[in-house]
Design a protein around this ligand. Structure first.
Ligand code: SAM
Length: 345
């Protein structure tokens, strides 16, 4: 409630529709850039409603494009909305929105992969990690080719408490290709259980909020779209460096249909592989014949904790990369073959 006892609500004045904006500024979607726009304001309102209570919030919208979600955010009584858009063609349409919402919308022409959001909002918004999430939200419908690398980057940022997480446990509501949304939220044993499931769920509470059919976008993408909400956990479920967790998870899932010992073995040089993999599984108390998707987050926690101990004992172990070893072995074999050839000549 405002001091007067009345709710101070803000609504955008009547504006041209998003479709009209697209025509007015000739904002044809660039297919190669996967620009699929949401024109239905009921859907953009739904995304924003599901993002949480945005009253007086500071919101960072990534990739606003013609501004459908932007309008819904502005109508949600936010304190400030900062949008970062890479494609200059969208800036005039966004300016029209900022004129209609004086003092509320800040437009940055930039790239979300490099933009430093940690300096953009007032310091006073910062919360301790253990506190409730700050009144800062990230919302966006980005091309799939950007949203997946971005979430991996931001998961690491959560572990380091930097970027959007310099403010505390900032919540994010982002869209992904439906299959990626299912991977992010898949439970132990689930068909879509994968690297992304572990990396997201050890750091966040992850919810697949709802699915938007591809036909709701213009132009229509090949796939449906999942809206996913992330709230960073106070205590990550695995307390090891992100890069170490990533390495263990990546190795396990590289042979996703085989027993888990197969991928785990690749953490170790060939000469010690059998013995070290046995030790890792035994100390972590894990059945070697479980398949990667049957491993729970607490299984991964045990594996990462034991692998960490092994890395502390052997300072070369973490840098070991079996692909490098394969390459070296291959070039050694090629050298030997060449020697044989020249001998024959
Ligand atoms: N959010 C709008 C909507 O829902 O209608 C547009 C969605 S469109 C799929 C993605 C938008 O993200 C485009 O406007 C595109 O130019 C922008 N974009 C793509 N890559 C970006 C990047 N690296 N940084 C900032 N914006 C980006």
């Amino acid at each position: 409630m405002a001091a007067s006892g009345r709710l101070s609500t803000f609504r955008l004045p009547p504006l041209p529709t998003i479709r009209e904006i697209i025509k007015l500024f000739r904002l044809n979607a660039v297919k190669q850039l996967s620009q699929n726009f949401l024109l239905d304001l009921r859907l953009t309102d739904k995304i924003v409603r599901k993002a949480g209570n945005l009253t007086n919030a500071y919101v960072y919208e990534v990739g606003p494009g013609p501004g459908g979600i932007t309008r819904s955010i502005l109508n949600a009584n936010v304190a400030e909305l900062l949008v970062v858009e890479k494609d200059t063609r969208f800036i005039p349409g966004l300016k029209m929105l900022s004129d209609a919402a004086p003092g509320k919308l800040r437009i940055v022409h930039g790239d979300v992969l490099t933009f430093k959001i940690e300096r953009a909002f007032p310091e006073s918004l910062k919360r301790c990690w253990d506190d409730d999430p700050p009144n800062v939200h990230v919302i966006g419908n980005l091309p799939f080719s950007v949203s997946t690398p971005l979430i991996i980057k931001w998961l690491e940022s959560i572990s380091l408490r930097e970027g959007p997480f310099a403010y505390g446990r900032t919540q994010m509501t982002l869209t992904f290709q439906k299959e990626v949304a299912e991977r992010l939220t898949a439970n132990t044993g689930g068909k879509q259980r994968s690297r992304l499931s572990i990396m997201a769920q050890y750091l966040c509470d992850v919810q697949h909020l709802f699915t938007i059919p591809g036909r709701a976008f213009v132009p229509k993408p090949e796939v449906d779209v999942g809206v996913v909400h992330f709230t960073p956990l106070v205590q990550p479920k695995i307390q090891q460096p992100f890069k170490l967790v990533e390495k263990v998870v990546q190795n396990v899932f590289q042979f996703r249909r085989k027993y888990c010992h197969r991928g785990l073995g690749m953490l170790f040089p060939e000469a010690q592989r059998l013995e070290s993999t046995g030790r890792l599984l035994q100390w972590a108390d894990i059945d070697p014949t479980l398949r990667p998707r049957q491993l729970s987050i607490s299984h991964f926690k045990s594996l990462c904790d034991v692998y960490r101990k092994m890395c502390d004992e052997d300072p070369h172990l973490f840098a070991y990369n079996f692909r490098e070893e394969l390459k070296q072995n291959k070039s050694k074999t090629q050298e030997k073959d060449k020697d044989k050839e020249s001998y024959r000549l």
